[in-house]
Design a protein around this ligand. Structure first.
Ligand SMILES: [Zn+2]
Length: 67
């Protein structure tokens, strides 16, 4: 069974923002930051797919970075 409590009611607008290129993921697409609408949005910093790939490759060159 995989049924958690439904998060109805207060829905926060959380967007993932790439900390490298500063694009924002909106509905599974990566867009440059929307002007004006960012006040209602909560940003969670992460990587977009292309920057994530670059970060992984950089990390793989530096084994000490892994825990
Ligand atoms: Zn990026």
């Amino acid at each position: 069974m995989h049924s958690g409590p439904a998060q109805a009611g207060h829905e926060l607008d959380i967007a993932v923002k790439c900390c490298i290129c500063h694009r924002v993921q909106i509905e599974k697409r990566w867009l440059t930051e929307l002007p004006g609408r960012s006040r209602d949005r909560i940003y969670s910093h992460g990587y977009c797919p292309s920057c994530y790939q670059e970060a992984i490759e950089e990390l793989s060159l530096c084994p000490m970075a892994w825990p």
